[in-house]
Design a binder for this molecule. Structure first.
Ligand code: URA
Length: 439
């Protein structure tokens, strides 16, 4: 039976009863999500059946492929070289894409990167970049392809032509309690990434309080599934499992995270941010054929920072996308909040915890993020100078600086941050930032 003649209720019943879906049944579902021929309640019913019954790796690969082909698949074959992207499952203070892409491009590997916006507690690369005055992320696919060919990189947003089935399905999952399902997450993430026209992908699968996956075993299961489905789609894929219990770096917000990314490109970024950026970048250079070993790749990335070539690439990207490149040398040109208030330590001691989720909620209260997809963000607000676990503080020392445009929001965020940062007497046990690599 062709997928056009399959009745939604029959496909739903087959998954409900625990059968494997065929290629045609999966194609009918994805077509139904794309052209509106399945009602939202039918799409939602199948999403819930998949959530409860699961999908095999083969079904997940078929779903990913059908979702990828629901729209345009960018053709970057005219761009020389192995095109490599990075995708993060999202965290707090995760601005890695901003310094990473120019570093990798400076080492000779093209990086076509399509990023998302922040939603809920996790920030989005597009919102951060748009805090650079004039920076445009809404490039057409033609402009994206031309820019990748010309300068090796474009940092743009999802267009309506790429994997449109995901847009419909993700919106339904969000309101039908079907987000936390590994086959659906894999198909959602990879259909968009594979439609970008890349050859290889490095995934940063985060685990911990500030991440989508709360535990290492959960993150490992997701990473293994993503790597397997990506490979079934003909791409080289690796995944790093990285800790997200405390925010990455010392800044959380939008303009403040761009400023920290620029510091990173100057070699002056916080240690954890530099570490995650170099670790992901090293795998990207290997997949892109620019290095043979992780040591060689890392030293090339470090050189791109030392010799200024990574920063020069960033400047080139900002100019190409209409942004004010003066921010690269004068970050004070980024939007600044009206109120800047330090939060002082109430006692001497050592920082035993900085709860990423609580910090994210404080930043959200300041206006740095969105509770709903339609909310507007304030690019200037956020948190800087955030202490890290294991650091010693004395009473009165600055634990962080709040940047706000509203007194009530400032007071509420302040309270949340006081609860987020714990100070004790003995040093916490250090935990590795990069816990595992799935090759
Ligand atoms: N990010 C996505 O793009 N899709 C998911 O399903 C989860 C996270």
């Amino acid at each position: 039976m062709s997928s056009a003649t399959l009745f939604p209720q029959h496909v739903i019943a087959r998954k409900r009863d625990g059968h494997l879906l065929t290629r045609d049944e999966i194609a009918a579902f994805v077509r139904g999500a794309t052209d509106g021929s399945w009602a939202d309640y039918q799409l939602s019913a199948l999403l819930m059946a998949i959530f409860l019954r699961g999908m095999t790796p083969e079904e997940t690969a078929l779903l990913t492929d059908a979702m990828m082909r629901s729209g345009v698949v960018a053709d970057l074959s005219s761009v020389p070289g192995i095109k490599v992207d990075k995708h993060s499952t999202g965290g707090v203070g995760d601005k890695v894409s901003i310094p990473l892409a120019p570093m990798v491009v400076a080492c000779g590997v093209p990086v076509p990167m399509i990023s998302g916006r922040g939603l809920g507690h996790s920030g989005g690369t597009l919102d951060k970049l748009e805090s650079i005055p004039g920076f445009q992320t809404g490039l057409s696919l033609d402009a994206y392809r031309a820019q990748v060919r010309r300068i090796g990189c474009a940092l743009i947003g999802q267009t309506k032509d790429l994997a449109p089935a995901d847009k419909t399905l993700y919106a339904l999952r969000d309101v039908t309690a079907t987000v936390e399902c590994i086959p659906l997450i894999c198909a959602s993430i990879l259909s968009k990434k594979l439609a970008e026209g890349i050859d290889a992908l490095v995934l940063d699968v985060k685990f911990g309080r500030g991440a989508f996956m709360k535990t290492l075993p959960e993150a490992r299961r997701l990473a293994e599934a993503l790597v397997a489905v990506g490979r079934a789609g003909g791409k080289q894929v690796r995944a790093l499992l990285t800790a997200m219990d405390e925010p990455l770096g010392r800044s959380v917000g939008n303009a403040v995270e761009v400023a920290e990314s620029i510091a990173c490109l100057r070699g002056a970024g916080p240690g954890d941010l530099m570490e995650v950026t170099y670790s992901l970048g090293a795998h990207m250079l290997i997949l892109g054929g620019a290095a043979r070993t992780l040591e060689e790749a890392r030293s090339r990335l470090e050189r791109s920072v030392r010799d200024g070539s990574a920063l020069a690439r960033f400047r080139e990207i900002v100019v190409a996308q209409g942004g004010d490149a003066r921010v690269v040398d004068e970050p004070q040109r980024l939007p600044a909040a009206r109120l800047q208030e330090p939060l002082a330590a109430e006692r001497d001691g050592v920082v035993t915890d900085v709860d990423a989720m609580a910090v994210a909620l404080a930043a959200l209260r300041l206006g740095a993020g969105r509770a709903r997809a339609t909310d507007r963000i304030d690019p200037a607000v956020g948190i800087t100078c955030l202490v890290k676990r294991g650091e010693r503080v004395t009473r009165g020392a600055t634990l962080c600086v709040l940047h706000a445009n509203d007194e009530t929001a400032l007071a509420e965020a302040r309270l949340k941050l006081l609860g987020a940062i714990a100070i004790g007497d003995s040093s916490p046990t250090p935990t590795p930032l990069v816990a595992e690599t799935i090759l």
